[in-house]
Design a protein around this ligand. Sequence first.
Ligand SMILES: O=C[C@H](O)[C@H](O)[C@H](O)COP(=O)(O)O
Length: 236
Amino acid sequence: MNQDQLKLLVGQAACEEVLRLPRGQILGIGTGSTANCFIDALAPYKDHFAGTVSSSNATTGRLLKHGFKVLDPNEVSTLPAYVDGADEIDGSGNMIKGGGGALTREKIIASMAQQFICICDSSKQVKSLGGFALPVEVIPLAKGAVQRELEKLGGTVSLRLAKATREDLDQTPSAPFVTDNGGWILDISGLKITNPLKLESEINQIAGVITVGLFAKEKADILLVSNESGVSRLTF
Ligand SMILES: O=C[C@H](O)[C@H](O)[C@H](O)COP(=O)(O)O
């Protein structure tokens, strides 16, 4: 099975998982190629849910195309579950997210949910986080100041350019990648993340940081992970 087939498989498993929730609730939905597989699998059963809350403009577009109702997060107080992919996940459910630039809205929607259901293929499972460059969304005018602070952490910090990210976001190549919030992204590579919760809090304290793509406070509660032998369900 190739990686696309593994994503389809876990998307289908996540669909079965959320259909066990009582009817008529509102579901939080993430961003990325794995989340897209989940959205497509869930589309025939969309009436099971009263609506969805989306973590990005790309996801909103896909949900609307399938006929899902998409609600403004301000209209919703709590969600039974949030389903999303990850760039890396460790053995405790801590994650790096933001490879597609949607980290801030993802973290907001995750914080509203009673449980975070992470979906991925087994290539995303790691012993410790940091092999995938850690994304940090920043206010553009603070880029220089934030970069200097982030460099003190020991990694290599680079501004994400549009060409280095997804074509489906319709960005101009070589210009800074611009998030749905008008922010820019600094990617930190070469970090050894030993205490994700502490590092998340430290980076969030830097003036000019919008969000760091470390999900330790909002870590996964459930992991559905696919490999050659099928889908496993882990809880944290
Ligand atoms: O900003 C993007 C999100 O955090 C995604 O959930 C993450 O990048 C994983 O995406 P994919 O499922 O495409 O690997």
